[in-house]
Design a protein around this ligand. Structure first.
Ligand SMILES: NC(=O)c1ccc[n+]([C@@H]2O[C@H](COP(=O)([O-])OP(=O)(O)OC[C@H]3O[C@@H](n4cnc5c(N)ncnc54)[C@H](O)[C@@H]3O)[C@@H](O)[C@H]2O)c1
Length: 349
């Protein structure tokens, strides 16, 4: 196995605009079990889009971009089906921004899944995500660009949103190497992207190098408290909200908690009116990722009327649910909220 033989077939991103799944989802609504859950989630997603008072927050965990879902989220931004994104760093930096720099994710042969060839992959500097391969040398370039961006900024604390917008500005200046990038599309549309655990990805390597080189001098810092405050301010300004959550983890809790944070700031905030979660986690361990949305309602975070858990791996469920809402067409004439403008209007101290 040579490196170039292994990295030959790129992952292709699913295009919701090319496949009208409405009849499939409608047929599933007359079935039982997960099919009916999925169809209900699709209907609630369409309701969120129809409800013009509702601000929609997309939450991303797992390895969704490397798996071929990138264009789904880019199209959601383009069609004003999402107003803010809360994500893990892997999706936004290591995967989306990485592809915008001109790199790709590759389909790994079936036999590689066994793990028996991981030592050989290590020798070749190839990273494996289940059945997907990445060139580690290209990831190092991404780390370097993250350091370059960090070094270019005025030394002060930044929310991850502010930093990610600088990544969008970098793509604007240098040119995105792909026509579909979440970071770039969000930059152009004023959609804020929050990555509360920002250093837990390629961004962390850039930040570590920046901090090390600056010694005792002034440095860039990432302020996750500022992230939380900014997202809470959006909730206060736009009381009706809906969550579209994929996976769980930090993004799920962070976005849910803004209801409580708004309350703490003296604003009687409504619970999230709509909530969808697509996950393979279950609730037995008592952890956040698999906790049900009904459980979240006991914490005052999610309303009970329009919530739906979908127990499915995301690459199966997301094309159907988002594709349904896309082909229903109710996003047409839904205005862009440009929430970055709101956050810029009152600088956070
Ligand atoms: N995933 C990666 O390849 C990767 C790479 C670099 C850094 N990281 C960092 O690790 C941290 C945690 O990452 P994570 O979100 O990948 O893992 P995670 O294990 O914390 O995932 C969170 C939850 O989402 C569920 N989930 C994940 N993928 C799913 C899918 N495809 N379908 C349905 N449910 C799914 C999981 O079951 C879990 O309950 C983040 O800070 C991230 O930036 C991850």
């Amino acid at each position: 196995m040579t490196k170039s033989e292994l990295l030959t077939t790129p992952i292709e991103h699913y295009d919701i605009t090319q496949h009208n799944v409405v009849p499939i989802v409608e047929a599933m609504s007359k079935m039982a079990f997960s099919a009916r859950d999925l169809a209900r989630a699709a209907e609630i997603t369409d309701m969120m889009v129809r409800d013009r008072s509702c601000g929609i927050i997309l939450c991303l965990a797992g390895s969704l971009i490397s798996a071929g879902l990138k264009k789904v989220f880019v199209d959601m931004i383009r069609c004003n089906m999402v107003d803010a994104i809360v994500s893990t760093g892997a999706n936004i930096v290591d995967q989306d921004f990485f592809e915008a720099l001109g790199f790709k994710h590759y389909i790994g042969e079936e036999k590689l899944r066994s793990g028996m060839f991981d030592a050989e992959l290590r020798e070749l500097m190839i990273d494996r995500i289940y059945d997907t391969l990445i060139d580690e040398e290209e990831l190092r370039v991404c780390d370097d660009v993250m350091r370059e961006i960090t070094d270019s900024l005025e030394p002060r604390p930044y929310s991850s949103r502010e930093f990610i917008r600088e990544m969008g500005a970098y793509l604007q200046e240098k040119g995105s190497k792909t026509s579909d990038s979440i970071v770039y599309e969000a930059y152009k549309s004023g959609v804020p992207i929050f990555v509360p655990a920002f250093s837990d990805c390629s961004a962390g390597f850039g930040l570590v190098a920046h901090l090390h080189s600056r010694g005792d001098g002034p440095k860039v810092a990432i302020d996750s408290g500022k992230d939380f405050y900014e997202l809470t301010r959006l909730k206060i300004q736009n009381p009706t909200t809906g969550l579209f959550m994929i996976g769980g983890g930090v993004p799920k809790n962070f976005a849910q908690d803004i209801v409580v944070a708004a309350d703490i700031l003296g604003h009687e905030a409504d619970m999230h009116k709509y909530a969808i979660q697509i996950t393979v986690a279950d609730s037995r361990d008592g952890a956040l990722s698999g906790s049900t949305l009904k459980e979240a309602s006991s914490w005052g975070k999610v309303d009970l009327a329009y919530e739906q858990m979908v127990y499915s791996e995301a690459t199966l469920a997301v094309p159907l649910i988002v594709g349904y809402a896309y082909h229903k067409g109710n996003w047409k004439n839904r205005p862009s909220r440009n929430w970055n403008n709101i956050l810029d209007a009152v600088p956070v101290g």
